[in-house]
Design a protein around this ligand. Sequence first.
Ligand SMILES: [Cu+2]
Length: 152
Amino acid sequence: MIKRILIAALTAAAIAGIAAAHSFTVGTLKIGHPWAAVTTGQVGAAYLSIENSGDKPVRLKSARTPAADSVEIHEMSMTDGIMRMRDLPDGVRVDPGAKVALAPGGIHLMLKGLKQPLAEKDKVPLTLTFEDGTEIEVELHVQIPKPDEHKH
Ligand SMILES: [Cu+2]
């Protein structure tokens, strides 16, 4: 039920103001425009891009935020006309020179047990942990999903 409510929220095609682009770089890893969708309940979803300009593959293994009890890496997919979410226990791999986008309708970070609903313009700290131990602190900008970021 909670998943269904979230999907409904993500498909709401409201247009918010354009959020300022922001990014976070550590070494050869660049995290682009981390953001989270507004929520009405205790489950949220966060999105960002990961760009690897190094010469080895990297893997996002986990994430955490003080704003939620836990963060899971999920993938959404359409099977027989039904939206499903599944865990990605191996995380997200980014090859050298590649950029992977976590975006609505695809891979996302699921924020579970939010201490309070996410409201537009909130800023939420998030720590990304990569397989090699690299941690990157980013700030999620909470916004209403834009139609051009909603891909199936
Ligand atoms: Cu999910």
